[in-house]
Design a binder for this molecule. Sequence first.
Ligand code: G1P
Length: 284
Amino acid sequence: MITKCLFPAAGYGTRFLPATKAMPKEMLPIVNKPLIQYGVEEAIEAGLRNIGFISGRGKRAIEDHFDISYELEHQIQGTPKEALLSQIRSVIDECIFSYTRQIEMNGLGHAILTGESLIGEEPFAVLLADDFCVHDDGAGVLKQMVALYEKHQCSIVAIEEIPRDQTENYGVVAGKEIDEGIYQIEAMVEKPKPEDAPSNLAIIGRYILTPDIFQIIRDTPPGRGGEVQITDAIATQAKNGKVLAYKFKGNRFDCGRIDGFVQATNYVYENYYSQGGNYPDGQV
Ligand code: G1P
């Protein structure tokens, strides 16, 4: 059973400067909730209540967010504003939070390896909060992936089709479609040029990984950008065994970029907030 979810959150967020000069990019709000909270709620929905953050310098606001604020709560106690904190309070009550620091930025593979001490010898999920995923009904992406893991018991990456000219922004996979929208991975390349890309199926920031990945990462030499890439490590895992790529149901906004961030904001505002609710409805 999977109970743990890692959140790499040590990156600088330079695309959002100056907003991210003194504030973690994970705390940027989509309407009234920080990106990272949407991610944690998605993990909870999938049954993952053991939340591990790969943190870094300047990221303390994340720890404070997932903790009680006695002074604030005392101030608004008994007022209608109290209700605004109820969602984050239930998140705090339901989860166990652990933190470890990534001292140097050396790629997503390195970040995930930094989380080894929070995970141990069990399968786990990884969620990149920048990739904000929504679904109008049914289950969130991680919940869909956990169900798939229960059937196949192997590492799984979430994918979506992208225009060919955007392959340089993503890890790209190719493989044999073994069921509708489910591929057994045969090739995997980090940020290839369109002419070198094995397909137009891009990895988005949701992974389920089996714990053998840690040793594989240790054995993986630096790749694209001179950094240790999780894509390269998973490619090795796929070569030696079974790894699946899963075309998830739902929509994803790239909130690591201004455009995607604004689109996500509009989506949540129009479909939820302006109707008197929060995304996701009725959860947590
Ligand atoms: C990372 C991964 C990449 C993946 C992407 C999804 O890249 O290295 O394979 O496609 O996340 O968002 P980053 O966006 O951190 O450069």
